[in-house]
Design a protein around this ligand. Sequence first.
Ligand code: IPM
Ligand code: MN
Length: 364
Amino acid sequence: MRADIVVLPGDGIGPEVTAAAVRVLETIATSFGHEFRFARHRIGGDAIDATGEPLPDETLAACRDADAILLGAVGGPKWSTSEPRPEQGLLALRKSLDLYANLRPVRPEPVALDAAPIKPHLLAGVDLLVVRELTGGLYFGERQRDADGASDLCRYSVAEIERVVRRAAQLAQRRHRRLVSVDKANVLETSRLWREVTTRLVRDEFPGVQLEHQLVDSMAMHLIARPREYDVIVTENLFGDILTDEASVLAGSMGLLPSASLGEDRRGLYEPIHGSAPDIAGRDIANPCGAILSGAMLLRHTLGLPEEAELIEAAVSDALANGAMTADLAAPGRAIGCSAMADAVVDSLRHRLTDCPVVAELRD
Ligand code: IPM
Ligand code: MN
């Protein structure tokens, strides 16, 4: 397998965590005889500093030509009042490539349960997937500001709702066939449309999928109170942004969570859901697991390499289970750094690879 992968390190801890993810992907490439070509480009504040633009044309062109994109993070206090802002680079990239379905899986690692502020018995067995609509709604509506106020327009077309709900229902079909659609249909017109379209689409196209509607405020409560009950959750852009930060608490650390942003074809943008964490940037203490696991999602969703993806996921679990943990998870005085965490994952991966029949065949 040959693949061109654009790496967008971005700001804050982005460069450290993407470097870790690239090391892990390179280990996979060498072992399985794949050829992954990595090309680094600028985005966010880093790109603003170099070119004045958060998404330079040259970066967008490289992303359009690539098979997949691996991104670190964008933003930071340095650019908090700048115009354009770093975040606009990421939003423009998602929109330009029409990456409308953002997959954010949450499966707490057993060893991370101690780090979660929620009772462990509520977390055991949690395995949920949030599908967040990523190219519509309030994020992309017209914005206005005048002397005495401001407004942001929220609009969803039927087609925009259909395509993301269809993707979520397809994913639910391959999991436990339970789909919860989250809206605010007791107040918002866009949510009433969302509910109607979702009800019809799931009834007509996915009779085997059990659909439930939840209002976003009560969903925020249930997600923490009974997270084990959920399989796939689909929702609009802003609600998905908020609920996935909340869901990350279930995993013990936001630093563990990956994401995939997908469109109609196989190309995708892969990024950890944590932000740029400027307070810890450049100190080699960030958790690279979210970025490494985003690399695994890249192998699964864009390159069609599920076995390699599972090996990376297992290697991350092994490393954590063996006590390798960054400061967000470790007991006081036991933390290792970002690059040491990457070493631990690569070591665990090598162990797993020794027992892997496909790799053994390639070796012999
Ligand atoms: C995320 C982030 C972004 C978002 C920001 C950086 C624009 O919070 O990916 O969740 O709000 O979508
Ligand atoms: Mn967010």
